[in-house]
Write a new protein. Structure first.
Length: 216
């Protein structure tokens, strides 16, 4: 009964959400599109011709926005464990980024092109156990950061969703080891009660492509 009431409350909030309504009106796949739109407006991370990698892309809101920005001269390469309907200008790979096989497939699709932007809106399946869910989320964030560190072009950028709480300070410190500048953004489209924040790293440090680090 509690779960049913909770589900109804979530659905009621979802359908009345102004960003959900706006996404439906403007043809975006998810309200998350507006989070990226604000980040791009503030940080100017994509231009015509950019190569973008979208980790955890489904249902495609971020890929959709990116595809519109990079134009015909650019590329958007997206990966997710879940299926995603095709989008113009987006190359989609249904695979597990956290597996060696999925990573290898993604690298093959890039054909040694160094992306200008790596984005991660990945999140694990939630267990309801806060500490465990937080740890699993940061494991995905670490994998995304490692991918960015090894594949981004030198002046490239990295955007990742994280949550305040256990693991945040250590992860931000790892970002600071990797990028010359770090900023945190909580977009207006983020719900007030959410602890999420998007970290943006710009310009790889010269040592970041070879030196290893850990977040422990």
């Amino acid at each position: 009964m509690k779960r049913s009431k909770s589900g109804r409350a979530w659905m009621q909030q979802h359908v009345s959400d102004p960003y959900v309504k706006l996404a439906q009106k403007e043809g975006y796949r998810s309200r998350a599109a507006y989070k990226l739109i604000e980040i791009l407006r503030r940080e100017r991370l994509i231009r015509s011709g950019s190569v973008v990698v979208d980790l955890g892309a489904a249902p495609g809101g971020w890929s959709q926005v990116s595809g519109q920005r990079v134009g015909p001269a650019g590329r958007v390469v997206a990966i997710d464990l879940l299926p995603m309907d095709p989008l113009p200008g987006v190359e989609f790979l249904q695979a597990d980024f956290a597996s060696e096989e999925g990573l290898a497939e993604l690298e093959a699709l890039l054909q040694k092109r160094q992306p200008d932007l790596v984005m991660s809106d990945m999140a694990p399946n939630l267990s309801g156990i806060t500490a465990a869910d937080q740890a699993r989320h940061y494991r995905l964030a670490e994998l995304a950061l490692d991918f960015a560190r090894l594949h981004l072009q030198e002046q490239g950028a990295f955007v990742v969703k994280v949550f305040h709480g256990e693991g945040y300070d250590a992860f931000r410190a790892a970002m600071a080891q990797t990028f010359q500048t770090i900023s945190g953004i909580k977009p207006e489209a983020s719900r007030d009660r959410s602890r999420e924040v998007y970290l943006v790293g710009k310009c790889l440090r010269k040592s970041s492509g070879t030196d290893e680090f850990n977040l422990e």
